[in-house]
Design a protein around this ligand. Structure first.
Ligand code: ADP
Length: 655
C-alpha cells in the first residue's frame, strides 16, 4: 500500500502536469490524517521526514480534515488568512494556491492528494481537478485491493499458525479425499511430511479395516464425529487409539471438501483403562482381604489345635502322621492367605537375612501343584549349595518368585509343545543370583520396554493386572538388588534374572535363642472366637502359667478386678475392641503386659495405632511357637508396681 501511495503521488504530479505534491493518509482508528509521502518538494523548506510528522485530527477545522470528512475535492486559489488553512504550513511550503483531492475507495476515503504549481504559479483548472479526481479514484480502488490482499495474507498467516499450533492433527481434503492441508501435528501423528502428503489420499494411512469402516460411516451419515479408529504410531508401529472428526464443507465453486481432525487418544484411553483396572483391583482387594480375615480365625484354631495335639504327652502313634498332615496343610493354607494379602496391599517389609534357596523351595511348594499337575509343565531346579544369605523380607521375595513363575506358566500355556520352567540360583561377581527361564511364547520386542511399567499387560481382561513385574522390581530394588529381563524371543523363551547383594555379616541368620519359659504368672485371654480361646489357654497353661479366658465384656470386668501380668486380646470383637481393653488395662495402677492378636492385618489405622503404642501384635493364624514366644517375651518384662502411666512400654516390641 505504501508503494501504491508513492506511485500515485508521483504519477499525479508528473502525469497530470503539476509541479509538486503531498499525500496524506487517513488512520481510521486514531482518527487522524498524517503525512505519508512528498514529491518535488526539494526547493521548499518541507522535508518528507518533517512532513511525516504532521498529524491533523479528523474532527478539527483544518481544510484537510474537511476534505477527508466530506470526500469532496477543493481547489484553493487564495488561502489568505482563513483559519482553516494552517498559516504555519502555508509559510513552510510557500504555497499560494493548491488543490486537495480525496483518494476514494468504494467505502471509505484512504487519503488526500495535495498538488500545486508553486514555481510557475500556473492556475489549477477545473479540468485538472477532474483528471486528478479520476486518477485518485483509480488509486483508491488499487489501495482497496491491496488492503484486501494484505488482510487475506494476514488471516492466512494467522490461520496457519493456529492450525500448526494445535495438538490435534488437522487435514483438509478435496472431494476425492486427497489431502489439501496437512498441519504439523498430522506430520507427527502419521509420520508423513506435508510435502509428501499433499495431493495424496488420506485413508491409506489407517489400517485397511479401519479405513473401510470410516469410509462406510462417512457415506452413510455424511460426516463423522469422534469416530474411534485404531492407528499405528509413526516410527514404532505401536497401536494407537485415534478419534476422527470429519466434516463436509460445501463450496459453490470447487464443490464439496472435507475438514478432518484426528486426535490421539492413546494416552487418555490407557489412563482410563488404568483407572478402571485399579478400581477393579481395589474391589478385588477388599474382597480378598475380607475373605482372608474370615479365614484367619478358623485357620488359627486348626493350626493351634493340631500343634497342641502334636505336642501333647503321648499322641497315639496312629495319629502322628495324620496330625503332621493336618499341620502341613493348615500351614499351607496360612501361606496362601498371606500370599493373597501380600498381593492386596504392600505389606510392611520385615527384612531379615534369609536363604534364597529356602524361599525358592517354599514358593515351589506353594506352586508345584499348579505348575506340574494343573499346567503339566516340567519344573527344573538347579540350586547352588552354600549360598550366602540375602537381606530381604522372605515373604516379599516369595511374592517375586510367585509373580515370575505365574508369568512363565502363562507364557508356556500360550504355545504348543512340552513346557518347561527352570529355576536356578548361584553366587557370582559378589551377588546372589536367581534366574527363571521358560520355553514359553516369548515377549514381543515392542513390549520389552514396557514390561516394568505399571499396568502394562498383554493378558486378557480379568487375567492380567500389569502389576506383577512392577511390584517385584520394587521389592528387589528396595534391597539393593536388580530384577531384569535377561532375554526373550519366540525361539528362546524368556528368562528373568534376580540379583541381590549378600547380607552383611551382622545380618547373617543366626538361630535367635527362643525366649525362655517364664512361669507362675497370671494371664487373661480375651477373644470372642470361642474356638480359639481354649487353644491359647492350653498354650499358656502348658508353660506353667495361670490362664483365664473370657468373652469381651466379661474380660473387661475381670481385668479391673484381677491382678494380671499379661492380657492377650483380640482386636475385632464386635462393639468392644481390643483398643478399649488396652486403654482400660493401661489405666490400672499396675498395668499388665499387653499382647494383641488380630486377623485384620490390612487395616492401616490399626497398624498405625499399633505402631504409635509400640504394641506387640501377632497376626492370625499364628503358630504355637510364635504365640508362646510373644507371651514369654512379654511376661519376662517386670511390671511397674507404681502404675498409672497410660503409655506403659510393657506392650513394647511391636511388629
Ligand atoms: P500381568 O502378569 O498381570 O500381565 P506382569 O507385570 O507380571 O503383569 O507382566 C506384564 C507383562 O509382561 C505380561 O502381561 C506379559 O505380556 C509379559 N511377561 C512377563 N513375563 C513373561 C514371560 N515369562 N513370558 C512372556 N511374557 C511375559
Amino acid at each position: 500500500m505504501e508503494e501504491i501511495c508513492r506511485i500515485c503521488l508521483e504519477a499525479s504530479v508528473t502525469g497530470l502536469g503539476f509541479e509538486r505534491g503531498l499525500l496524506y493518509w487517513i488512520d481510521p482508528v486514531a482518527k487522524t490524517l498524517t503525512g505519508k509521502c512528498a514529491f518535488g518538494m526539494s526547493g521548499s523548506g518541507l522535508t518528507e521526514v518533517n512532513f511525516r510528522k504532521r498529524v491533523i485530527p479528523l474532527d478539527s477545522g483544518d481544510i484537510l480534515a474537511q476534505v477527508a470528512r466530506t470526500a469532496r475535492p477543493v481547489n484553493v486559489t487564495a488561502p489568505g488568512t482563513e483559519p482553516e488553512y494552517n498559516p504555519e504550513f502555508l509559510r513552510e511550503t510557500g504555497s499560494k494556491a493548491f488543490c486537495l483531492v480525496p483518494i476514494l475507495g468504494s467505502e471509505k476515503v484512504y487519503g488526500i492528494v495535495a498538488v500545486d504549481n508553486r514555481r510557475s504559479g500556473k492556475p489549477i483548472t477545473a479540468e485538472h481537478m477532474e483528471n486528478l479526481s479520476i486518477f485518485c479514484n483509480t488509486t483508491g480502488l488499487a489501495l482497496q485491493n491491496a488492503e484486501l490482499i494484505e488482510n487475506i495474507l494476514e488471516s492466512q498467516a494467522r490461520y496457519r499458525t493456529t492450525i500448526n499450533g494445535t495438538a490435534d492433527a488437522i487435514a483438509g481434503l478435496n472431494e476425492d479425499f486427497r489431502v489439501t492441508i496437512w498441519n504439523k501435528s498430522a506430520e507427527r501423528l502419521f509420520g508423513v511430511k506435508a510435502g509428501d502428503m499433499l495431493g495424496n489420499p488420506l485413508l491409506p494411512l489407517f489400517p485397511p479395516e479401519e479405513a473401510r469402516l470410516l469410509r462406510a460411516e462417512l457415506d452413510r451419515a455424511g460426516f463423522v464425529r469422534d469416530f474411534a479408529v485404531r492407528g499405528r504410531q509413526a516410527g514404532t508401529g505401536a497401536e494407537t487409539n485415534l478419534s476422527v472428526t470429519c466434516t463436509p464443507i460445501e463450496r459453490e465453486v470447487q464443490g464439496r471438501e472435507w475438514s478432518v481432525v484426528v486426535r490421539d487418544m492413546t494416552a487418555q484411553t490407557r489412563l482410563q483403562a488404568q483407572l478402571i483396572r485399579s478400581e477393579k483391583l481395589s474391589a478385588v482387594g477388599q474382597l480378598i482381604s475380607g475373605i482372608a480375615h474370615e479365614l484367619n480365625n478358623p485357620l488359627a484354631a486348626v493350626v493351634g489345635y493340631a500343634e497342641l495335639l502334636a505336642r501333647s504327652e503321648k499322641p497315639p502313634e496312629s495319629l502322628k502322621a495324620d496330625l503332621a498332615y493336618i499341620m502341613t496343610n493348615a500351614r499351607r493354607c496360612r501361606g496362601i492367605v498371606s500370599t493373597l494379602l501380600n498381593f492386596v496391599r504392600q505389606p510392611q517389609a520385615h527384612k531379615t537375612a534369609c536363604r534364597i534357596n529356602d524361599v525358592i523351595e517354599d514358593t515351589l511348594d506353594l506352586m508345584r501343584y499348579k505348575i506340574e499337575k494343573t499346567e503339566n509343565i516340567a519344573l527344573v531346579k538347579e540350586l547352588a549349595a552354600a549360598l550366602p544369605p540375602v537381606f530381604i523380607d522372605p515373604q516379599q521375595l516369595g511374592q517375586v518368585f510367585v509373580n515370575c513363575l505365574s508369568n512363565a506358566c502363562d507364557a508356556v500355556a500360550a504355545r504348543t509343545g512340552s513346557g518347561e520352567i527352570t529355576i536356578t540360583s548361584s553366587f557370582a561377581d559378589g551377588k546372589v543370583r536367581a534366574t527363571l527361564r521358560d520355553n514359553g511364547c516369548g515377549i514381543d520386542r515392542r513390549h520389552q520396554d514396557s514390561l516394568f511399567q505399571p499396568f502394562f499387560t498383554t493378558k486378557p481382561e480379568g487375567k492380567g493386572t500389569g502389576l506383577g513385574l512392577v511390584i517385584s522390581r520394587r521389592i528387589i530394588e528396595e534391597c539393593g538388588g536388580a530384577l531384569t529381563l535377561l532375554f526373550s524371543g519366540p525361539e528362546t523363551g524368556t528368562a528373568f534374572g534376580i540379583e541381590l547383594p549378600p547380607a552383611e555379616e551382622a545380618y547373617a541368620p543366626q538361630c535367635a535363642p527362643a525366649p525362655g519359659r517364664v512361669t507362675g504368672k497370671k494371664v487373661l485371654i480375651i477373644d470372642d472366637e470361642e474356638d480359639l480361646l481354649p487353644v491359647m489357654y492350653r498354650m499358656i497353661k502348658g508353660d506353667g502359667n495361670a490362664a483365664e479366658t473370657a468373652a469381651p465384656r466379661e474380660g473387661l470386668a475381670r481385668l479391673a478386678a484381677g491382678d494380671y501380668d499379661l492380657v492377650v486380646s483380640d482386636m475385632e470383637m464386635g462393639a468392644l475392641k481390643g483398643r478399649d481393653i488396652y486403654e482400660a488395662a493401661m489405666k490400672l495402677p499396675s498395668p499388665p503386659g499387653f499382647l494383641l492378636i488380630t486377623g485384620d492385618v490390612l487395616n492401616p489405622a490399626l497398624l498405625e495405632w499399633i505402631e504409635q503404642n509400640n504394641l506387640t501384635c501377632i497376626p492370625k493364624p499364628f503358630g504355637m511357637d510364635e504365640f508362646s514366644g510373644a507371651v514369654r517375651k512379654l511376661l519376662a518384662v517386670p511390671r511397674k508396681r507404681e502404675g498409672g502411666g497410660k503409655r506403659s512400654r510393657r506392650g513394647g516390641g511391636g511388629r
